[in-house]
Design a protein around this ligand. Sequence first.
Ligand code: CTP
Ligand code: MG
Length: 186
Amino acid sequence: MYEALALLELSVWLGLPAWIANATPVIFGGGRPIDGGRVMRDGHRILGDGKTIRGFFVGVLFGTLTGLGQYFLAPYLMPILAEFVTVTPSMEYVLFMTISAGFLLSVGALAGDLIGSFLKRRANVQSGGPSPILDQLGFIIMALLLAYPLLKPEGIYAVVLIITTLVVHWVSNAIGYLLGIKKNPW
Ligand code: CTP
Ligand code: MG
């Protein structure tokens, strides 16, 4: 029971910089698009207006700051965790995330987001149009891949983080729908 909670906690901890990096451009993004408005030979934008330079830097900045905050919080979290479970070296590694890990998770999240938009445009999906899996998981998978060499999280953290990311996505969309911010509950 406590092991499962510790696993969930560490997976969320690992995902936090990527989540923040993915969410903050929605609030603080906008302005000049990264692709400069350019269109590819298929007649569609390279990335589209939804991917802006400011959004990219805002995401990297806030995601990295999140990693920095976690680095300072880790020493306080460690004894709480140790009260319930045996903290293994690999758990400690994720817990004491460095600022460079936060940076890599953030750049990965935003790069995954850009790759997702690139693929969506090639598949004739308008900016803002839905693309299940790509929209929800592209960013977190790229974040994990980029930060892997540094953090080497156990595979189970990645699996739990991916599932948690899907759940958080569904729940936040449902709340958005109930509050009337979103038109559809998905
Ligand atoms: N955003 C941004 N810069 C980024 C990523 C996101 O400014 N690099 C902002 C944009 O205002 C964007 C919003 O966050 O419209 C939502 O992001 P997202 O859902 O990723 O983009 P979409 O508009 O849905 O476009 P796409 O179909 O390309 O994913
Ligand atoms: Mg979108």
